[in-house]
Design a protein around this ligand. Structure first.
Ligand code: LRH
Length: 488
C-alpha cells in the first residue's frame, strides 16, 4: 500500500496530509497546516512563494517523522504561475491573481479580438485573472521579464519543479489559463498568436496521474526524505475537488465552495454554445478526459474579508460565532450581487456592502450578524441563478447539488442553498480537494481503478450531510427581487 503525501494550497491556507488506502477507505491525517498570506509590496500583490515552499519542506519533514511516503502530489488555486529564467531560478516573485495589473490589458484585448471565436476555441469564462491576460500584461508592460523567461510554470508545476528539477505542465491547471484549445486539450496556437505569447515558453502538457520526477537528492539529504515519486496529480484544486464528489450519478451540480464558489457540472464533451458564451461559463479540464462546465462565483471571500476588517477594528469573531449571529437575524433584510466587482478586492467589505445596500435603496446591514446573513442569502440566491443558466446551456435537469470544501462547514449556507434552489444538497467532504489529489495518486499507483471507483471510496470514507429544501415559497418570492437586482 502506497503512502501518499498530498499538499493542498488554497488562497488563504494550505495543508499537508498523509494518506493510505486500506479496507475500502482512504484514511488520512493532517500533518501540517499553514496560512497563505499574500503580501502587498510597492503597489503589487504577491504570493509569498518561497514561504509556501518552506511549508512544503515542513510537511515533508513531518511526513518523514511519521514513517515516510512513496508519492507526493500538489494541488493549488488556478491561473497563477512563476517565470523561470535560463538559470533555472525565478525571474520574479509570483504575483497574485487579485492584483489589478491585468485589468486594463483584459479590457483592451476583449475589445480587439473576436470574442465568439475566442470562446469557440478556449471555451473559458473571460476573467481578468486568467493567465492569458496576466501574460498579455507582461508582454505589453514588462517585456523584459517575459524575454528573460525560459519557461512559464503554473503554481503546482512550479513546486513540482522545485522538488524534482523537472518541468512539466499538468493539464487541469493549464485549463484555467484560457490558452488551451478546449477540444484538443492542448495549447491553442490561435490564442497564443492573438496574444503574442511564444509557444516555446510553455511546457508540453501531461495528464493528471503522470509522474513528474523523483525528489531531488539535495532535498532528500536536507530533510532525510525518501527518494519518492513526485506526481502531477490533478494540479488544479477544483479539478481535484470534483474528482472526489461522493456519487455514482452521471449528472449532478457541484459547488466547490472555498474562497470562490466554483459552480458547475461534469461533462464528457465541452459545452461550447451561444448561451455558454453569453453567460460566460467555462469548460475547464478534468481527470479522465472530463470537463468541468462551471462558473466562478463569489465564495466565502466576503465573509473572510469582513472578518479581517472587524479584527482590524479590534473585534475578533470565529466563523462559527459569526454564523450564529447571522442565524439570529431577520431574514431577507437586504441582498447584494456577490459578484459585483467591488466585493472582489481586499479591503473594508462591510463598508462596501453597506454602500451597495444604500445605493440600491435597501435597509443597510448594521451588525456583524446582519452583514453575514446578507452575504449568505445573496450567495444562495446567486447559486440558484447560476444553476438556472447552466441548465439552459446544457439542456439537462439536475436533482442534486454537491457542496464540497470549506463551505460545507456552514450549515446555514448549505440549508439556504437547498431552500433557494429547491434541490437536495449533499454537503461534503470538506476535504474534497485533498481527497481528489490523493485519489489521482492512488489511481496512478494502481490501487484504485478509476475515478468511478475513487468516488465510491470517497463516499465510504466520509459522512456527507443532507439538506432538504424548506420554505420554498418565501425563497421563490425573494428570488424575483434578487434577479431584478442582479440584472439591473
Ligand atoms: C479556486 C480556484 C478557481 C480559480 C481561482 C483562481 O481555488 O482554483 O478555480 O478560478 O482559484
Amino acid at each position: 500500500m502506497s503512502k501518499i503525501l498530498a499538499f493542498d494550497f488554497g488562497a488563504s491556507s494550505g495543508r499537508a496530509m498523509i494518506a493510505q488506502y486500506t479496507d475500502g477507505k482512504i484514511t488520512m491525517k493532517e500533518l501540517h497546516r499553514f496560512t497563505n498570506d499574500p503580501v502587498f509590496v510597492n503597489g503589487t500583490l504577491y504570493w509569498d512563494a518561497l514561504r509556501l515552499f518552506y511549508n512544503i519542506k515542513q510537511g515533508i519533514t513531518k511526513a518523514v517523522n511519521e514513517g515516510g511516503f512513496d508519492m507526493i502530489g500538489i494541488d493549488t488555486w488556478g491561473v497563477d504561475f512563476g517565470l523561470i529564467g535560463e538559470d533555472g531560478q525565478l525571474v520574479q516573485n509570483p504575483v497574485h491573481y487579485r492584483d489589478e495589473r491585468s485589468e486594463q490589458p483584459f479590457r483592451e484585448f476583449l475589445r480587439r479580438v473576436d470574442l465568439g471565436e475566442l470562446y469557440e476555441t478556449a471555451g473559458l469564462q473571460h476573467l481578468a485573472i486568467n493567465t492569458l491576460y496576466q501574460l498579455i500584461y507582461l508582454k505589453e508592460q514588462k517585456p523584459g521579464l517575459l524575454e528573460a523567461t525560459k519557461k512559464i510554470l503554473f503554481t503546482p508545476d512550479l513546486y513540482n519543479y522545485f522538488l524534482t528539477g523537472e518541468m512539466h505542465t499538468e493539464y487541469t491547471i493549464a485549463s484555467t489559463s484560457e490558452m488551451l484549445d478546449a477540444k484538443s486539450r492542448d495549447w491553442s496556437d490561435k490564442v497564443l498568436a492573438l496574444a503574442g505569447i511564444p509557444r516555446e515558453k510553455l511546457c508540453d502538457i501531461v495528464q493528471p496521474g503522470t509522474e513528474c520526477g523523483l525528489l531531488r537528492d539535495e532535498i532528500c539529504e536536507e530533510l532525510g526524505a525518501p527518494k519518492a515519486k513526485v506526481m502531477c496529480t490533478a494540479g488544479h484544486d477544483t479539478a481535484a475537488a470534483v474528482a472526489a464528489v461522493p456519487t455514482q450519478e452521471q449528472d449532478f451540480i457541484f459547488i466547490s465552495c472555498g474562497t470562490w464558489s466554483l459552480l458547475g457540472t461534469e461533462l464528457h464533451e465541452p459545452c461550447i454554445n451561444a448561451k455558454g458564451a453569453e453567460y460566460n461559463f467555462a469548460n475547464e479540464g478534468g481527470v479522465e478526459g472530463t470537463y468541468r462546465f462551471l462558473k466562478n462565483i463569489m465564495g466565502t471571500w466576503p465573509i473572510q474579508e469582513s472578518r479581517r476588517q472587524w479584527i482590524r477594528e479590534g473585534r475578533e469573531f470565529g466563523f462559527g460565532e459569526l454564523e450564529q449571529m447571522a442565524k439570529r437575524c431577520t431574514p431577507f433584510r437586504s441582498l447584494i450581487d456577490v459578484d459585483s466587482p467591488e466585493f472582489g478586492k481586499p479591503g473594508n467589505l462591510p463598508r462596501r456592502i453597506r454602500d451597495f445596500c444604500e445605493r440600491t435603496g435597501q435597509p443597510v446591514p448594521q451588525t456583524e450578524g446582519e452583514v453575514i446573513r446578507c452575504i449568505d442569502e445573496s450567495l444562495a440566491l446567486k447559486f440558484r441563478y447560476s444553476i438556472e443558466r447552466l441548465c439552459e446551456c446544457t439542456g439537462k435537469e439536475y436533482r442534486t447539488v454537491h457542496i464540497l470544501g470549506g463551505g460545507t462547514k456552514s450549515a446555514l449556507l448549505c440549508q439556504m442553498t437547498a431552500d433557494a434552489t429547491g434541490m437536495t444538497v449533499i454537503a461534503g467532504p470538506d476535504e474534497a480537494t485533498v481527497l481528489g489529489n490523493i485519489a489521482v495518486q492512488l489511481i496512478a499507483a494502481g490501487e484504485l481503478a478509476d475515478i468511478r471507483e475513487a468516488r465510491s471510496v470517497v463516499a465510504a470514507s466520509c459522512e456527507p450531510a443532507t439538506y432538504l429544501p424548506q420554505e420554498k415559497r418565501m425563497w421563490d418570492e425573494k428570488y424575483k427581487d434578487f434577479k431584478s437586482l442582479v440584472e439591473a
